[in-house]
Design a protein around this ligand. Structure first.
Ligand code: GLC
Ligand code: CA
Length: 538
């Protein structure tokens, strides 16, 4: 099944970079990024030092949820290009040694998908059972109390056929019925379609949701619900007990993995939430499910060294020996990391953390230049979550155009982009940061380069070190006699940490990019928000 001559797989030693295609690079002046735009930037990505590109959806779509409402699993939306463009993208990426991971959205389609059009045509249509239809309750009410993640109930009534269909996102995203074997087979064929085109892996959208409680029982109230949530946030007021993470989903994920394993070295990544003990099961009992169930936990930690360490240590302790860790600090659903963690200095330290932990890191486009949340005026909100649940919930803030240079539309496009370019593109852009040796971009490049050339950082073991002071996180990475120490100061004050084991060490990288010296490890000085990578003397 695996190439035994390579003890580590590309998805273990390499770094994943997420491209949100609408916002990366527009090649044809319609203000929307596209696949040819990604091709134009492959050299940039290669030089940055990443291994794999994950593309958010580019399928034909009415774009109610910006491509996460798929109208055809086996094509490209003309807005993004064509299948030929996609094939060229794969070939050009592979030429450069880069892998291509695509998004796969198995929980729901668009209401414009042919399958759904058939399904809603009549109660006895052969595809009726490919979606989740239920009669109204005796009093005409909704089949159960579930809510949509984007606000409102999870059910919409279809007048023509007199039943409700389930959607845990917008009503234009009807949910597929994975209990139907024909649907399952059809979905596995959509995987094969892309695998044959050379795709190296899939990021599987809300994969833990695809199977629901067979009886669709009501969810209990969530005792921790935010009391200030808007009235239509039904989803947030309930515990997600019966609508996701059902034990039976694992059988399906094993089947999905078996499809990937019909091909060589393909990787399954899953969007999964939940407590560690439930989450860890998505690796499969013997590693026969997903290679990388996304680990989002660090994103939710407060900016505090002890909290980060606890999260990492808990993950390390929870993983069975075959399971490979991974870390995510940003994506297209979350506030920008530079904003969430409080600023550029924190973002630099976060970059060092992400790229030196044991496990596959996923970077989000623009984080390598420290992009911050965009300011989206209320009348410019595009995201259905923002439209339904309020300005402060809009995900548009992290989807603003990539900032390549200081031209009016930041080198993203020469026409007005679909979301406003942030004002700071005049100074915060790739071109300016390429020219500045101390920039965030150069920090990312150096971190990625160091990681790629250092087995201890790529595949070495992880051991936390008690360093004796508050708000610093220090750990050792080690493989076959090669050793690196990472010391991270999360505080706004200078700190002196004590690193036991060696008297002295050589600093090979500082987040400030201005320090390469040999120093005593008993009282190692860290400036505010400084992180260091060191080689200890033997
Ligand atoms: C996932 C995606 C998100 C999308 C939702 C529905 O959470 O990351 O962007 O809106 O699924 O597909
Ligand atoms: Ca375009």
């Amino acid at each position: 099944m695996h190439h035994s001559e390579h003890p580590y797989h590309w998805w273990q030693s390499g770094v994943v970079y997420q491209v949100y295609p609408r916002s990366f690079k527009d090649s044809n002046r319609d203000g929307i990024g596209d696949l040819n735009g990604v091709i134009e930037k492959l050299d940039y990505l290669k030089e940055l030092g990443i291994q794999a590109i994950w593309l958010s959806p580019f399928y034909p779509s009415p774009m109610v949820d910006f491509g996460y409402d798929v109208a055809d699993y086996c094509d490209v939306d003309p807005m993004f290009g064509s299948l030929d463009d996609f094939d060229r993208l794969v070939a050009s990426a592979h030429q450069r040694g880069l892998k291509i991971i695509i998004d796969w959205v198995p929980n729901h389609t668009s209401d414009q998908h042919e399958w759904f059009k058939e399904s809603r045509a009549s109660q006895d249509n052969p595809k009726r059972d490919w979606y989740i239809w239920r009669d109204p309750k005796a009093d005409g009410g909704l089949p159960n109390n579930w809510g949509s993640v984007f606000g409102g109930p999870a059910w919409t009534f279809d007048r023509q056929t007199g039943q409700y269909y389930l959607h845990q996102f917008v009503p234009e995203q009807p949910e597929l019925n994975w209990r139907n074997p024909d649907l399952r087979a059809a979905m596995y064929d959509t995987l094969r379609f892309w695998l044959k085109r050379g795709v190296d892996g899939f990021r599987m959208d809300v994969i833990g949701m695809i199977l629901k409680d067979e009886q669709l029982r009501d969810n209990p109230p969530n005792p921790q619900a935010n009391p200030n949530a808007p009235a239509n946030d039904i989803f947030g007021r309930l515990l997600s007990l019966h609508n996701m993470d059902q034990d039976e989903v694992h059988q399906i994920i094993r089947e999905i993995r078996a499809v990937l394993d019909e091909f060589d070295e393909r990787c399954g990544i899953g969007e999964l939430w939940g407590d560690l003990d439930r989450w860890v099961r998505y690796y499969g009992e013997n590693g026969n499910e997903l290679q990388l169930p996304f680990n989002f936990r660090l994103m939710w930690e407060p900016w505090q060294a002890e909290a980060m360490r606890r999260s990492v240590d808990a993950l390390e302790a929870a993983l069975p020996p075959f399971a490979w860790p991974n870390y995510v600090l940003g994506n297209h659903d979350q506030p920008r990391l530079a904003t969430r963690f409080g600023g550029q200095a924190q973002a630099r330290l976060a970059a060092m953390l992400l790229l030196t932990l044991r496990g596959t890191p996923t970077l989000y486009y623009g984080d390598e230049i420290g992009l911050e949340n965009g300011l989206i005026p209320a009348d410019k909100i595009q995201d259905p979550q923002g439209k339904n649940l309020g300005v402060e919930r809009t995900r548009d803030v992290c989807r603003t155009p990539m900032q390549w240079d200081d031209t009016p539309f930041a080198g993203f496009s020469t026409s007005e982009p679909w979301l406003p370019v942030s004002a700071d593109h005049k100074t915060r852009n790739v071109k300016a940061q390429q020219a500045d040796p101390a920039s965030m971009l150069n920090l990312y490049r150096q971190l990625l380069k160091l990681r790629a050339g250092t087995p201890a950082l790529q595949i070495g073991s992880y051991t936390a070190i008690d360093c004796g002071v508050e708000n610093c996180f220090v750990y050792r990475r080690q493989v076959q006699g090669e050793e690196r120490i990472i010391a991270l100061n999360f505080s706004a004050e200078p700190r002196k940490v004590n690193i036991p084991g060696s008297l002295r060490g050589t600093i090979i990288l500082s987040t400030h990019l201005d320090r390469n010296e040999t120093t005593a490890l008993g009282a190692l000085e860290l400036r505010p928000y400084e992180g260091l990578i060191l080689v200890p003397e033997k």
